[in-house]
Design a protein around this ligand. Structure first.
Ligand SMILES: *Cc1c(COP(=O)(O)O)cnc(C)c1O
Length: 366
């Protein structure tokens, strides 16, 4: 009989801060496919897998953290939640808050939210406040609101978010039977690299959970973590905040990551790196994923793949390894990027008459 995935809280309850009495707010997030990537594997001489997080209920990995954050908000008696967002956090918060019956306020930077993400927040009835500033300014306001008014902050500075998101690492290990050799992913506010590293670490040694029960190690090792920022928004690579972050990859357009130190810890403790990729490299990887692997992502999601291709070209990628790359959000979130060629020219359908032979000719079949 088919098994219905129960969402990350129920699937991993023994490793999350919940009890039997917790009212779980879930849309069935997690359990996303780990897809073998034949073209990337062949190109690099490795076994490359994509963790396709666009398959979550609102189309990004944010749902893993949001099920925990909204569940924790309800448990704490909250009536309203607030978040700053480049788009996906607001889409996710709005959906989970709706199920929980909470009011949801989202603070978004002016003019930088894709239509797909904005439509989700509107559909789920969030109060959308556009701030004349960038994401970092929005997060500052959201933090201060939650400190001074009765609203619960659900950005990834909320530890419940990281707890939920660490389940991505659990799923990778559960599927592969052990940790991969490398794990690559995009870095924006740096919550996700923090969460994956926490998940991998917890799975690689005995772990005492919140109920005081000791759980045996599941993995024999942890992977080397490689994180990738967009070049125009690469504060960790540069070593200082970027006041005017700029990239087409809006989900990682962040100049002062909230989890900066944790991201550096993940890098250093795993023997990994945090590097940057250009918008051109991101769009080439975005195109590679859709046209060679059959996986459609939003531009920011392709940063990990761009990083793999960049470091492969530079001769820094070994062969014969298991490499997992998180592709963070669905292509339908921001579909405009697929509608043009890499040189910027439009892709238009070939027009033919209502005639089988004409269609066959247009398809080079006749
Ligand atoms: C939020 C997000 C990121 C960045 O994740 P961080 O945890 O902020 O580093 C990358 N891609 C997508 C699609 C996102 O929504």
């Amino acid at each position: 009989m088919a098994h219905q995935w129960r969402g990350v809280i129920r699937e991993y309850a023994d490793r999350l801060p919940v009890t039997e009495n917790t009212r779980v707010i879930t849309l069935g997030e997690g359990g996303t496919p780990l897809v073998y990537a034949p073209a990337l594997s062949e190109k690099t001489g490795n076994e490359v897998y994509l963790k396709v997080e666009g398959m979550n209920p609102t189309g990004s990995f944010k749902d893993r953290g949001m099920t925990m954050a909204i569940t924790a908000a309800v448990e704490a008696g909250a009536k309203a939640v607030v978040c700053a967002s480049t788009g996906n956090t607001s889409a996710s918060a709005a959906a989970y808050a709706t199920q929980a019956g909470l009011k949801c306020a989202v603070l978004v930077p002016e003019g930088k939210i894709s239509m797909g993400k904005m439509s989700q927040a509107i559909a789920h009835g969030a109060d959308i406040i556009q701030i004349n500033g960038n994401f970092d300014n929005c997060l500052e306001v959201a933090r201060k609101l939650s400190e001074n008014y009765p609203v619960f902050l659900v950005n990834s500075v909320n530890p419940a978010r990281i707890e939920g998101q660490k389940t991505g690492a659990f799923e990778v290990v559960d599927f592969l039977g052990d940790a991969p050799d490398y794990h690559l992913l995009p870095v924006g506010n740096a919550g996700n690299i923090t969460a994956y590293w926490k998940g991998y670490q917890e799975y690689a040694s005995a772990y005492t959970n919140t109920a005081g029960v000791e759980l045996a190690a599941v993995a024999s090792k942890t992977p080397i973590m490689w994180g990738f920022q967009a070049e125009g928004a690469s504060p960790i690579v540069k070593g200082h905040p970027v006041t005017e972050p700029d990239t087409i990859a809006t989900a990682i357009r962040i100049g002062n990551p909230a989890s900066w130190q944790q991201a550096e810890a993940a890098r250093d403790e795993s023997g990994g790196l945090i590097d940057s990729v250009t918008d051109t490299e991101i769009l080439a990887a975005h195109r590679w994923l859709s046209s060679r692997e059959g996986v459609f992502v939003e531009p920011a999601s392709a940063a990990g793949v761009a990083g793999l291709l960049k470091h492969h070209a530079a001769g820094n990628v070994p062969t014969g390894k298991k490499i997992v790359i998180t592709v963070t959000g669905h292509g339908l979130k921001d579909p405009d990027w697929a509608l043009q060629k890499l040189d910027g020219s439009a892709v238009t359908p070939t027009k033919v008459d209502f005639d089988v032979l004409a269609v066959a000719k247009a398809l080079d079949l006749a």
